[in-house]
Design a protein around this ligand. Structure first.
Ligand code: NCD
Length: 351
């Protein structure tokens, strides 16, 4: 059984295939309207969501399938203390494929280990969000027509922004990509993302605090929300929340074919006066999410094989993951697994 826990679970060839199928569904939706007749998608959202949950629901309905699940942890037995593993075992028996969002980093890995159906990560804490990246990739394909030779500005909360971590890992695989990482010092990209995807000349990148200076060079500007819910201190969030506000005036120096993207929801970081600019692609981006998720559901329901990433991992009783948001800190009964000293669940380095 195949899962999508990390965007790198998909090869670039598989991403091309998903983009092709999603584009075909966009053109010929009626041809796919019965493809998942009799199949059930379980949508388990332990954290709030609008676009991701509704686009998954709409995707499965558009394929003729049905959907069950919950949109809040407090409406499920999690509020009674049930583990992720137990919840997933049950839902595996009630559905053919599961998408889940969870505040703990690595929760989808725990889920995919016990599930008897494919598991899709719809966002795990501040870690990864691979289906948002698929949405972003379809948008880049439609707006730019290529995945290589692009200068991509990523602006905002690069520390907690899971969409950014998955986007960088996906795009770093293509030729001629340059990232301009625009963030306040407190919200810079975490080392584990840099180490894995950018260091050692794997991909060109620069870090800056200055959005306006970066704008003229960009082919894509990916704005992100400061992730209020991941801050330990309200004061720190209040201080940083308006770090960047893109408006029409700031776009005056941008390339005429810049693509402004945002996973949404936006708070203040893109002024509404940008919405009428033909370079504002974020609402199209949200629309594409439905079609790439349709293509993904079709692919995972068809694919055979097994990608259980815990299979080869080594238990190290001497190490404990120090990341307070890692699932290994709260889930009862799971092994503490490491690759060297990198936690298998959240990718952070244990000391
Ligand atoms: C993102 C998320 O949940 O990480 N939203 C989404 O899925 N489109 C971005 C965010 O919440 O800032």
């Amino acid at each position: 059984m195949r899962n999508l826990v990390n965007i790198l679970d998909l090869s670039t060839e598989e991403i091309d295939e998903l983009v092709k199928v999603a584009s075909d569904i966009l053109e010929n939706p009626d041809m796919y309207s019965d493809s998942c007749r009799g199949k059930i998608l379980g949508t388990l959202f332990f954290e709030p969501s609008t676009r991701t949950r509704l686009s998954f629901t709409s995707a499965m309905m558009g394929l003729g399938g049905s959907v069950l699940g919950f949109s809040q942890a407090n409406s499920s037995s999690v509020s009674k203390g049930e583990t992720v593993s137990d919840t997933i075992r049950m839902v595996s028996a009630y559905s053919d494929i599961i998408c889940m969002r969870h505040p703990k980093e690595g929760a989808p890995i725990v889920a995919s280990h016990v599930a008897s159906v494919p598991v899709i990560n719809a966002g795990d804490g501040g870690h990864f969000h691979p289906t948002q990246t698929l949405t972003d990739l379809l948008t880049i394909n439609k707006k730019k027509g290529r995945f290589n030779n692009l200068t991509i500005g990523v602006c905002g909360d690069l520390k907690y922004g899971r969409t950014v971590h998955s986007l960088i890992s996906a795009m770093a695989r293509y030729e001629g990509i340059k990232f301009i990482l625009i963030a306040p010092d407190e919200l810079k990209l975490p080392d584990y993302v840099k180490e894995e995807f950018l260091y050692d000349g794997r991909c060109e990148y620069v870090e800056t605090r200055d959005l306006e200076a970066a704008i003229p060079e960009l082919d894509i500007l990916y704005m992100t929300r400061i992730q209020a819910e991941r801050f330990d201190s309200v004061e720190e969030y209040e201080r940083l929340k308006d770090s960047y506000i893109l408006n029409a005036a700031k776009l005056a120096t941008a390339k005429p074919d810049l693509s402004v993207m945002h996973p949404l929801p936006r708070v203040n970081e893109i002024d509404v006066d940008v919405d009428d600019d033909p370079r504002a692609d974020y609402f199209d981006q949200a629309m594409y999410g439905r079609y790439i998720r349709m293509a993904l559901i079709l692919m995972l329901l068809k694919s055979k094989g097994n990608d259980d990433r815990l299979a080869g991992a080594v238990e190290n009783r001497a190490l404990r993951c120090r990341n307070p948001h890692c699932i290994s800190r709260t889930e009862r009964g799971i092994k503490h697994l490491f690759d060297g000293n990198r936690c298998i669940y959240c990718d952070q380095t244990a000391r």
